[in-house]
Every structure is written in C-alpha cells, then in structure tokens.
Design a protein around this ligand. Sequence first.
Ligand code: ME8
Length: 511
Amino acid sequence: MKPFYITTAIDYVNGSPHIGHAYEKVLTDVIARFRRLMGDRVHFLTGADEHGQKVQQSAQKRGIAPPQFVEEMCAEFRALYDRLNVSYDDYIRTTEERHKRVVRQMLQKLHDQGEIYQAEYRGFYSTRQEQFLLDKERLPDGSWPEIYGEVTEIVEPNYFFKLRSHQDWLVRFLTENESFVFPRFRQKQVLEFLKEPLNDLCISRPRERLAWGIPLPFDENYVTYVWFDALVNYYSAVADQPGVWPATWHVIGKDILVPPHAVYWPIMLHAAGIELPQALLVHGWWLLRGGQKMSKSTGEVVNPLDLIDRFGVDAFRYFLVREMNVGQDSEFSLELFLSRYNSDLANDLGNLVNRTLNMTGRYAGGVVPAAGAAEEPERELQALWQRTHDEAIRLCEGFQFHSALDRTLTFCKAINRYAEHRAPWKLAKSAAAADQAALRTALATMAEALRLGVTLLAPVMPATREKVYAALGHTPAPKWSDELVWGDRLTGRPVQAALMLFPRPEKPGNG
Ligand code: ME8
C-alpha cells in the first residue's frame, strides 16, 4: 500500500516559533493521526529551512556561526513540536547531507538538460524578504512597502531556471486537475496569476554575498537561492525510500502558495521528470485582533508555549483546530481562547468526565454497571451518537475539523443533558428495583457515551483520550473503527475517583 505521505512547510529558523508554526504542524498532525486511525500507512514529514540570508544575518547578530545558530533554533522548534504531540515520522533539515545531495543532483540534471542558463540580473532587492521586487510593488510615492525593509538595487550575473517555457503546460495541468489545490478558490488564484507571462526564476546568489547555502554543482561560485533549496525537501527526504513519493498532501500557508508551491515546484518537478505531488492543502493565517498580521520583526507574535503551560497541550490543540475553518484566516485573542476553554472544555467535556467518574464512584462502588434495556432517552442518545459519528468522519475526510469538533462537543453536551434527565442522584435515593435498574443503565450509558466522545476526539486531543480511557479503566481495541461502535465495552471496569482535565483558570477574564 502506498503510504499517505503528508508534509508541512519547513520553518525558517531565524526566529522563535509562533502560533502560525504551531497551527500548521498541529493541523497536519490531526490529518496524519486521523488517517492512521482510519487504517492508512502514514508518512508524516516536517522540518527546518536553514539556509539563506536571514539566517546568516540572525546568526551574525548573535555573534555565532550559522551552523551553531541553526542547531539551537532547530532544537527550539523541535521541542515545541514534541511538546505539541506532533507525531511526525521524519524531520528534515536542509543542512543535512541527504538533502544537499538531492538538490545538487536535481540542479545538475536540469542544467544538463539546458533548463538553467546564466544571465545578468538587475533588480531591487529586499534583504528582509530575501527577494527581488517588481516595480509595481512600489507605493504611489515611489518608496517600498515597509514589509520589505531596506531595498537596494543590485546588478550581477546569476543563474536562471526556464520557468516561462513550462507555463502553458502548467496551465493545462491545473485546468485538467481541478482539485490540485484545496480549497478550490485558491486554485483559481493560481490560474489568475498564470494569466500574466512568467519570468524565468533566478535560482542563485553569488557566494561572496551569501555564503550560507548549497553550492551549485556546475558553478561553485554560487549558492542555490531559497526556493530551489527549500522546496526540494519534500522529495529529498524520501528519495532513498522507494514507493513513498509522490506526496499525498503538501500542507502550506496561503502566503507560500503562489508562486512557490503552485508554480515553481510543479514546474521544477515536471522539468526534472519527477512525478508531481497529488495535492496542496492551503491553510489561512492566524491574525491578531482586528486582522493585524503577526510579525517576527515587530515582535508581535503569540508564543504557543505560554498557552500550553497554562492550559495544557490538548486545550491548545483544541482551540487551534476548533477556531480555524481550514483555508480561512482566524483571529487570535486570549479572551476568545478563554471563552472556548471555559465553555467547551471546562464546562461541557470536563464536567462530563467529572460527573461520570464521581457518580460511578458514589452510586456504583466505582465500577461501571451493566446497562439494562435501552429506553427512549438511551435510544435517542445512541441515535445521536450514530449521526455524530457519521458526520464527524465525513467532515474530517474533507478537512472540516472545526465542524467535526463542533458536532462532537454537541454530543458531549447531549450526554450531560441525558444525565440531568435521568438524574442518577434521584434514582439512587430510591430502593425500588426499577429505579435501581434505571440507575445502572444511566451510569453505564454515560460512561459508554463518554468513551465514544473522547474516541472521536482522538486526532485532535490524543492525550485527553488516553487520560479518559485510563480513568474509565478501558483498554482500547486495536482498531479505531471498532472503538467507535456503541457497545457495552466498559461493563465491570473499575473507574478512577476523579480526573481534573481542564481546571478553571484562577482569574477568569484575564487568565
Ligand atoms: O515560509 N498563521 O517558513 P516560515 C498561520 N521556510 N500560518 C503561518 C503564520 C500565521 N500567522 N505565519 C507563518 C517559510 N505561517 C518557508 C517555507 S516550504 C518549502 C518553505 C506558516 O517559517 C507559513 O504560511 O515563514 C508557512 O506555511 C509556515 O508557517 C512556515 O513559515
């Protein structure tokens, strides 16, 4: 079986990771975990983009050599992803030999085929963005937008890749492969961009200006310029593992779709005679309140570690996935985070767990009783479970994780309502056999429904599932699909007295 090969963008390691990095890796992790649970063999790649001007400059600022700098930064990124429970199978660094070798092979091949030529390059260069700028990007007064930082004019011989000669092919390819880019509206943006003639792509930088890069195999006075290095990671990481390439999905942010991933990358692969990835999944951006962009250079970023320390990994993962409709942008604020945390997690899910454990302890000696015959309330809850399950799986298949979570939490709320309706605390006061039977059924139903709820949350909240299973004394079946079936799996299991999953923040409102 061909693995489900999924990748993330590789991060620039010139500054600390922020919520955008965390989001992309968590989103990809949710997909990877979902596919694994659905029975696919998954290969999940993430990594670090370590070469380039910005890294060279950041290292200089710190007064250390680039290799030491990237070593430290990369450790910081990886520590975050480990903390976030990102279940990647491989981590590629563009400074690794396995990557450099493949980049050089690919460049040599394209050079031999006549796809790469030398010419004079003249242009206005933004060091901050590591790119040459087009005249049309100037502001009406002739200056450059602030995001580009300092802009200088440069004239130098460089190497170019013949992008333009493949433009017609790419347009045809995208027209014939309508679902190459998800969501669809992004594919339209690519085609829109391709209405203008492409310029050939400058793929080199003179080594004297940029030493921190991969030397061109056919001219060692130059290093490879950013995209020809970075994009190749997806392929270089698996080049020696037959059967893994092509990627099933490249998960990327909207800023690096056009032109890098939707234009350069397909054309590079096509020209080199390598199969194309199956599709690109393009997510939106986390913005600050009022739609403001987060910026490493202004220091206005959200540090994921602060939130994880205060609220736990799964609360943070839940928030990211619940608040973002994949493909759209979303705004981050602590108020919004706290409101989700309190209502969905502390109230609905956390309360459900506490009540279930607590009542099983109090009214059934801490052992899940056997359910009796289902009556109307049980039948209703079971029917709701079946609908929730079917819809959630369908939504996850289509990357609508925010809606899948919504359905699952609605189910949890329904279990709470069921508990209130059955009121075990009242039934427990009665010695009548019918009431005692109803009590056993209610407790068993709550425990079983809770087990199903957290099972469905597994791709997003893996640690929560483990904790609740442990609290319910449950040993899961090997197959997720079996775990998702209503059945009296917990009968006779001893449960924990309590489990504090989502403690309320001490000072609500300001956290
Ligand atoms: O672009 N919200 O690296 P990077 C959501 N090295 N996602 C965000 C975001 C935000 N506020 N800010 C950034 C690079 N991202 C290149 C990629 S791939 C061959 C090379 C996303 O560290 C961004 O869209 O700037 C990108 O997908 C990823 O984080 C890494 O961004």
